[in-house]
Design a protein around this ligand. Structure first.
Ligand SMILES: *[C@@H]1O[C@H](CO)[C@@H](O)[C@H](O)[C@H]1NC(C)=O
Ligand SMILES: *[C@@H]1O[C@H](CO)[C@@H](O)[C@H](O)[C@H]1NC(C)=O
Ligand SMILES: *[C@@H]1O[C@H](CO)[C@@H](O)[C@H](O)[C@H]1NC(C)=O
Ligand SMILES: *[C@@H]1O[C@H](CO)[C@@H](O)[C@H](O)[C@H]1NC(C)=O
Ligand SMILES: *[C@@H]1O[C@H](CO)[C@@H](O)[C@H](O)[C@H]1NC(C)=O
Ligand SMILES: *[C@@H]1O[C@H](CO)[C@@H](O)[C@H](O)[C@H]1NC(C)=O
Length: 469
């Protein structure tokens, strides 16, 4: 399996290097691309997948920035943990990025690594110490940037994070202090965020997050792992839009998230759209996957039993205890290449024989269903990444951030989004009309991991940090 994956990827990245402009030209393009709409193409590289997806398999020329995941927070403000992410690989990652004129960042936190952020920024003394810890790691590894993936300030994430009502304001104070240091003044400081703005002391999305725009170079909205409701139905886990979803069932989308953040004062040109190179699966009995009233069209919101989760592809996490000691999983996730490897898609992205496929015009994402295993999967492909690229262009966003580098197959996804983001020329019409389905359009919704009653789902989705960011 490993060889199956690596060989084509390695060949492809060699080809891409040869095909692209000279290294010097690439260098200039990259140097020039640090500002402006659609100027940032970035992705996370996970140390724990390095065996299957080594640094040599990364398509460096497709990205302006890469972020290494993760350094995890610890109860000791003087220490960040890299043990679970292959500490020895980090310096190689940085030097490989630099050879390719790509900026190298380190992501701090993640779903499983955010437990102690609250304490680390919880007092003036701790903030000063944590600034030292962060600048220390930046200097030690010659990083160009740090990415704060705190899931989430002021809100519970995995289940055992320390949470404080002043998390957001403490985080802001910390970022100011970091920015104020010699190391911090030149550092690329970014954040990965929830689909709604950082919460205020009352636990509600802040009305004004503009102060964050003064200390962050940019932030990526994690528009993936958007949750669903078993009774309302599965739906897209990374919808471009959910305004066409049933009311009361709209859990977040690229459209609503960008609107929420910009309304709260985050400039569009500081926002990256977070996009997934993977999808989520549901076990759904044959027949129940269909659109109500149809004998052939897949439903976008089939009801499902949340207890019937099954292992996804090779990179999915099997059932086990999470860092909080709670039993989770399996996650049920499939990378984009995993969908090909597991026989759901052909290498060109089309559905294999016997697999039902539908592209939902509301969420602008595809679904497949395998009747023989009763597996229904919401995912992203070239068409949905093109739609997202067009959206980035139309909304004037700074670019995209993909979780994760190793999820793509032969650059299908990254090529699609980059091309659309840069030119905005692919068709963006036909956004909200589904086939004969106002029915489907009225049964829709979803949102990212949050603290709601379906918190279990996101927890399953992101077990052991697999889904990220
Ligand atoms: C960046 O790109 C713009 C437009 O493509 C060009 O005019 C400008 O000279 C470039 N700047 C650098 C530093 O290459
Ligand atoms: C500061 O950090 C220490 C551990 O490094 C922790 O014990 C303490 O609770 C933190 N203080 C606050 C106010 O969060
Ligand atoms: C940043 O530095 C300036 C000038 O040294 C100082 O006035 C300001 O209080 C500092 N801000 C923070 C948050 O440390
Ligand atoms: C399916 O359609 C029928 C007829 O329109 C309706 O009575 C029924 O409630 C629908 N079922 C669902 C699950 O929407
Ligand atoms: C899923 O399992 C939980 C715990 O065993 C149970 O309470 C719940 O009813 C189950 N849900 C369904 C839809 O079967
Ligand atoms: C969905 O959009 C596509 C492309 O824009 C269009 O060809 C198709 O007819 C639409 N489907 C429905 C059901 O509206």
């Amino acid at each position: 399996m490993i060889n199956w994956l690596l060989l084509p990827l390695a060949l492809l990245s060699a080809t891409a290097d040869a095909y692209d402009a000279s290294p010097t030209l690439r260098a200039r393009q990259n140097a020039n691309s640090s500002s402006g709409v659609g100027s940032i193409s970035t992705t996370w590289y996970t140390g724990w997948h390095a065996t299957d997806f080594p640094l040599t398999a990364v398509s460096w020329s497709k990205y302006t920035h890469l972020t290494y995941a993760f350094a995890v927070t610890t109860p000791d403000v003087n220490t960040l943990g890299l043990e679970t992410s292959d500490e020895e690989l980090l310096p190689q990652f940085v030097s490989k990025a630099h050879q390719n004129n790509v900026k190298a960042s380190l992501s701090i936190g993640g779903w499983t690594g955010s437990r102690w952020f609250s304490l680390n920024v919880g007092s003036a003394k701790n903030r000063t110490a944590f600034v030292k810890t962060v600048t220390g790691i930046v200097n030690k590894y010659k990083l160009d940037g740090v990415d704060f993936d705190w899931e989430y300030p002021g809100l519970q994430g995995i289940g055992c994070n320390v949470v404080n009502q002043d998390d957001t304001s403490n985080f802001l104070s910390f970022l100011h202090e970091l920015r104020n240091t010699t190391t911090g003044s030149d550092l690329i400081i970014s954040a990965a965020t929830y689909v709604t703005p950082y919460v205020d002391a009352s636990g509600q999305p802040s009305a004004d997050v503009s102060a964050f725009s003064q200390v962050l170079d940019y932030m990526a909205i994690m528009n993936y792992d958007i949750r669903s409701s078993p009774t309302t139905g599965a739906g897209s886990s990374s919808p471009l839009d959910d305004s066409c979803a049933p009311s009361g069932a709209q859990f977040g989308s690229a459209t609503s998230a960008v609107k929420a953040w910009t309304t709260a004062g985050m400039p569009a040109d500081k926002i990256l759209l977070g996009v997934p190179a993977y999808g989520h699966s549901y076990t759904i009995t044959s027949g129940a996957e269909l659109l109500n009233g149809s004998d052939s069209i897949l439903g976008a919101y089939p009801q499902y039993n949340p207890n019937r989760t099954r292992l996804g592809d090779k990179w999915d996490s099997d059932a086990g205890l999470d860092v909080c000691g709670a039993l989770q999983g399996p996650g049920g996730t499939y990378t984009y290449w995993g969908l090909i490897q597991e026989g759901l898609l052909n290498a060109d992205g089309s559905a294999k024989g016997g697999i039902s496929y539908r592209f939902d015009n509301c969420s602008q994402t595809p679904f497949v269903y395998n009747p023989s295993t009763q597996t229904y999967i919401s995912f992203d492909n070239a068409q949905s990444f093109t739609a997202k690229g067009n959206f980035i262009h139309a909304e004037g966003l700074k670019g995209f951030a993909m979780w994760e580098a190793g999820g793509d197959y032969q650059d299908t996804l990254v090529n699609s989004i980059r091309s659309a983001m840069t030119t905005g020329e692919a068709s963006t019409t036909a956004k909200k009309t589904e086939p004969s389905q106002s029915a489907a359009n009225s049964i829709h919704q979803r949102s990212s991991r949050d603290t709601s009653s379906y918190a279990i789902l996101p927890a399953l989705f992101v077990l052991l940090g697999l889904s990220q960011g």
